[in-house]
Design a protein around this ligand. Structure first.
Ligand SMILES: NC(=O)c1ccc[n+]([C@@H]2O[C@H](COP(=O)([O-])OP(=O)(O)OC[C@H]3O[C@@H](n4cnc5c(N)ncnc54)[C@H](OP(=O)(O)O)[C@@H]3O)[C@@H](O)[C@H]2O)c1
Length: 289
């Protein structure tokens, strides 16, 4: 029996499939056309036929969720509960991918798995509800894996957008008052594999790069990788944005990794190193002709 990956065409789902393929793990990759995640019968059959289920499906349009919270809730909170009930019934493992947006972003020291959730956006509320649904429905059969600031080769993401804007406009302004951990989808996929392989105890796990930076700091590394001078990126404040975000972003989005270290599970390396490893794959489509 292999793994079932939902949201398999998304940015993380695509890299997870590739990571599992490289390890000769049989993967059933499903998207919304293949499996209705709100249908308990169909989900039950799919889950029963696999050993591990990784739920990468989500409403990820953070600003749109402010005006479509009910729809976001269905996929971000109801569907994880349906998957988790099936996992418990059939004694399978459900891995629910979650986010730093479950926190308020006001801390000044890293958030841990037991830090209180206090989401400040509709997206964050729906993802926090998804975590709770999974914990409640499958207390012994779940891993909630929280990541943040994801980038990858198979979706639109911050580095690709910044490289394009810097090239097109010759300069770009980026906020320096939001701090987090830029994280490569391949690294999250590898860490999910390590957690499952190690038989990690049920619970909540961090999956972000080590260290921290601002979006401005990350953007400067990105443009350097794209062959541009770092000075094309200038710093600005969130409050100065011409088109303010509809959803509130956490100002501080750093996750602590002590739980991984304590359980002997290799954490993801420092964000600068990991960006160096990822840059050519992630920016490949952004290179000039
Ligand atoms: N991107 C980030 O910066 C970030 C940060 C922290 C956590 N996360 C979490 O990481 C996970 C993966 O994110 P991602 O960046 O890979 O997202 P993504 O590229 O937007 O992929 C999400 C996938 O979910 C699918 N999906 C959406 N609604 C669905 C529905 N009703 N039924 C079935 N499938 C549905 C999408 O399919 P369609 O293309 O057909 O809509 C897509 O394949 C999510 O749980 C997200 O919350 C992301």
């Amino acid at each position: 029996m292999g793994w079932l990956v939902t949201g398999a065409s998304g940015m993380l789902g695509t890299d997870l499939r590739r990571v599992l393929d490289r390890r000769d793990i049989s993967v059933t990759a499903v998207d919304r056309r293949d499996l209705d995640l709100l249908d308990p019968v169909a989900v039950g059959e799919a889950v029963a036929a696999h050993e591990v289920v990784v739920n990468c499906a989500a409403w990820t349009a953070v600003d749109d969720a402010e005006t479509h919270e009910d729809e976001a809730f269905e996929i971000n909170a109801v569907a994880p509960g349906v998957l988790a009930r099936a996992a418990r019934e059939h004694e399978r493992l459900i891995v629910q991918i979650s986010t730093d947006y479950v926190f308020d972003g006001t801390a000044r020291a890293p958030y841990h798995e037991d830090s209180p959730m206090d989401p400040r956006s509709a997206y964050g509320r729906t993802k926090a509800a998804g975590e709770q649904a999974v914990r409640t429905a499958a207390p012994e059969h779940h891993l909630v894996v929280r990541t943040a600031w994801l980038y990858g080769a198979h979706g639109s993401c911050f580095p690709r957008t910044i490289a394009r804007l810097a090239r097109e406009h010759g300069g770009v302004r980026v906020v320096d008052d939001q701090v987090g951990q830029p994280t490569w989808t391949v690294d999250v996929a590898e860490l999910v594999f390590r957690l499952v392989e190690a038989g990690a105890p049920a619970g909540t796990w961090p999956a972000t790069s080590a260290g921290q930076t601002s979006w401005f700091g990350f953007a400067r590394r990105v443009v350097e990788s794209a062959g541009l001078p770092p000075e094309v990126v200038s710093a600005t404040a969130s409050s100065e944005s011409v088109v303010p975000d509809r959803a509130q972003r956490p100002a501080y989005s750093v996750l602590g990794h002590e739980k991984l270290h304590a359980n002997g599970i290799e954490a993801i390396g420092p964000w600068e190193e990991r960006w160096q490893a990822a840059a050519s794959a992630v920016l490949v489509l952004e290179q000039p002709e």
